[in-house]
Design a protein around this ligand. Sequence first.
Ligand SMILES: *Cc1c(COP(=O)(O)O)cnc(C)c1O
Length: 397
Amino acid sequence: MTEVFKGNFTQQEPIPEAAIEAALRVMRSGRLHRYNVAEGEPGEVALLEQEFAQAMGVSYCLAVASGGYALSCALRALGVGPGDKVLTNAFTLAPVPGAIASVGAVPVFVGVTEDLVIDLDDLAAKAGEADVLMLSHMRGHLADMDRLMEICTAAGIRVIEDCAHTMGARWRGRLSGTDGVIGCYSTQTYKHLNSGEGGLLVTDDAEVMARAVMLSGSYMLYDRHIAAPGPEVFERIRYDMPNISGRMDHLRAAILRPQLRDLATQCDRWNARYRAVEDGLRDTPGLRVVDRPEEEYFVGSSIQFLLLDWAPAAVQEVLRRCAARGVELKWFGGAEPVGFTSRYDSWRYAPSTAMPATDRVLAGLIDMRLPLTFSVEDCQVIARIIRAEAGAVFQSG
Ligand SMILES: *Cc1c(COP(=O)(O)O)cnc(C)c1O
């Protein structure tokens, strides 16, 4: 009997009842705009910012319209502008080079290692080319953050962390997003909190936060923020910051606050699923699982493995066979961008030179979502299917 998996790889869990009730309260109030608050009412957005800052152990937080908006706002808040170069990962998703392009800046791509993290030797070699690194913790893989920060500090590089896949993750106990000057998160449906669209930006730097608040479209209502610096900081910058509206509204914040309280539990649930797939795939001939360093507490909301040095036709055959049995795999090595996968050389607005070691990794890189609607048993079934099909193709090749 051939096992077939029937689950849906893009189906997230429902929004918790407490969040639905909070959303109904906001709608009944009619006050959806973040600065539309009744006397003495802080509002859902300001409360979310306060709670997220507390959860991350940082001084300041700003909630915005999307993760991509948080990234471009972070660049602007650091003064990055037209023609400036910004170091970033060659292995990431389109919103990252897109945020750099949105301020007229130019990405300088840094390679990826077989462990799927930014290549720190390549970063050190290119450190002189820019003074900002937009570091994407792509698919939740954390680089050695101690060495990365050493390289950047020595070279005077300010780090913006893209934590779209690492909300709740830690490197040696330090929460992802708190090593750099700014941490950016997404609350889009496929990330770790779900408000459909949304983003969060955190920092300990008062002036950076004041600039970000002004940029996000606060008019002169910044005193309604709780997780922002005092008016004296805004006095210094408020005439110099353009309004580039990208605020969050109370409805999304209301949905997010109850989810934030469950974040740690959800992370553990993701990891139980991740480990089930990882255990099932380990020691499959020709297939390499990515060993996770001990210093890393990751959030396994997706899993990757490598079919290193396989012929493209053989990789495609594995994808085809797995799809026929209900297992949806994505491949970062395809010649054309498909769905959300794309390669650095398919972002033609951004110049790049060939990176053979990176190309080799991307050519073998398989990616799979692990929504929490899957049970641990589902994950065991998925692993058995991949193991059987990859094994069969490997043997016949
Ligand atoms: C989703 C994502 C973003 C941006 O998030 P949006 O909220 O969709 O704008 C940034 N970086 C990575 C790696 C992502 O996956």
